[in-house]
Design a protein around this ligand. Structure first.
Ligand code: URA
Length: 426
């Protein structure tokens, strides 16, 4: 095998053989294929695509690059969910304990923020003492003790994806459906969950901007999961405006705790419940009632146990940014648009995300929303509050908000996009 002929095959729109795929993934993981060669291949895949057979083999090779976890010793069925990434997407935080409170075990391997999208681990790390890095044994202990665990994937799980993902991030090759599908599904299949619900985001704040692309990504991932014996369904959900009223790490933890306490913004509650119902059905628990588990405090009990089991103090005060800046409504009327991508970039620039992989994030930084599309606003009222420890960031963050919202005259018809747009199953 030689990598140059593999790159040429894909460059010239050919189909890669199974042996070529197995070899290139293994050689890249071992360091025998260089980053510049893999980035050329990733770009050829982005431009020319892969067929379903190639994607399945690529995914299998990434799974085979590392270990596979096994939760078959647990007494409960396992269920996991994965979001393709969005702005204000804190759903994993209330969802994992909620589904555990309803009887499933939830082994939730999560990631850090990427670009303008937030990361579950960055959010949870704003809780004093909380640890993202657990050994496999610790992960199993938290799962047995609390019913759910949210932690970082260990180095042994799909190491090919770890390398390739970091490479794609800096070579403009993130947005390729075959590469996104194989990246997500290799980790989820290697993790060993019995069932999986995918939250495929669609809209300006998502990697998939159109319903057609989101549908294709969802059906590719559902097919991969099903072929590997994981009961997999996907919901296509709206990411044209931020989820809830916050984007930023500690800000989103606070909002998630409100949801677990029976309150919180309607869109966050609705999506949490929709995903919980799908996870419970896929795990063989269709009669469980997640709305009851939110209302009666049992989901909150699991949250507190899970946070404490990972070293966190569920009662600790969360960090607050040192400085704030308020953006006001330019006119009176109806807020008809508040763009998810622009708000995500603002939160990122305020310090909630990183410019380079190794940068720290600010726990208190981010954006809080005082109105959502469809709400009436009055000229001069607060529309957004920006939070940061480093006020020199305000100017750059404000630039990303120029053109981020529209206010139409009072009485303008506004029809809200439903939060769940479509469901894709095998
Ligand atoms: N999340 C992943 O894990 N991989 C991708 O490629 C995109 C989002």
């Amino acid at each position: 095998m030689d990598v140059i002929s593999i790159i040429r095959t894909k460059r010239d729109r050919g189909e890669l053989s199974g042996e070529q795929i197995d070899w290139v993934i293994d050689a890249y993981t071992r360091g025998a294929v260089a980053d510049e060669q893999m980035s050329a291949l990733a770009m050829a895949i982005l431009l020319n695509g892969m067929n379903r057979g190639e994607i399945a083999r690529w995914t299998a090779a990434m799974i085979a690059s590392g270990e596979r976890m096994d939760f078959s010793s647990l007494a409960r069925p396992t269920a996991d969910k994965h979001s393709t990434g969005g702005v204000g997407d804190k759903i994993t935080l209330p969802l994992a304990p909620l589904v555990a409170a309803c009887g499933a075990a939830v082994p939730q391997l999560s990631g850090r923020g990427l670009g303008h999208t937030g990361g579950t681990l960055d959010k949870l790390e704003s809780i004093p003492g909380w640890r993202a890095l657990l050994s496999n044994e610790e992960m199993l202990n938290v799962l047995n003790d609390a019913g759910s665990v949210i932690c970082a994937a260990g180095d042994g799980l799909a190491p090919a994806d770890k390398k390739l993902y970091a490479l794609r991030d800096v070579t403009g090759t993130v947005e390729a459906i075959p590469l996104i599908a194989s990246s997500i599904m290799s980790k989820k299949i290697a993790e060993g969950t019995g069932s999986l619900v995918l939250d495929v985001k669609v809209g300006t704040g998502a990697f998939m901007k159109t319903l057609d692309d989101a549908r294709e990504l969802a059906s590719t991932m559902v097919g991969l999961g099903t072929d590997h014996g994981v009961r997999t369904v996907a919901l296509l959900t709206d990411m044209s405006t931020p989820l809830g009223l916050t984007a930023g790490n500690a800000l989103e933890v606070r909002e998630s705790v409100e949801v677990l306490a029976g309150g919180g913004p309607a869109d966050v509650v609705d999506l949490t419940l929709a995903l919980a119902r799908e996870m419970l059905a896929a795990a063989g628990l269709p009669d469980a009632d997640p709305a009851k588990a939110l209302a009666d405090g049992s989901a909150m009990d699991v949250w507190r146990r899970m946070i404490a089991a990972q070293g966190g103090d569920p009662d600790a005060d969360l960090p607050v940014a040192r400085e704030t800046h308020v953006v006001t409504a330019p006119a009176s009327g109806v807020l008809t648009r508040l763009d998810a991508y622009d708000v995500g970039v603002a939160a990122w620039r305020l310090g909630a995300g990183r410019a380079r992989k190794e940068d720290p994030v600010q726990a208190g930084a981010g954006v809080s929303l005082h109105a959502k599309p469809g709400d009436s606003v009055v000229a001069g009222q607060p529309l957004l509050t920006l939070h940061t420890d480093t006020p020199e960031r305000f100017e750059y963050a404000l630039k990303s908000l120029e053109g981020a919202y529209d206010v139409a005259p009072a009485g303008t018809e506004f029809s809200a996009r439903p939060i769940v747009l479509e469901r894709v199953s095998a």
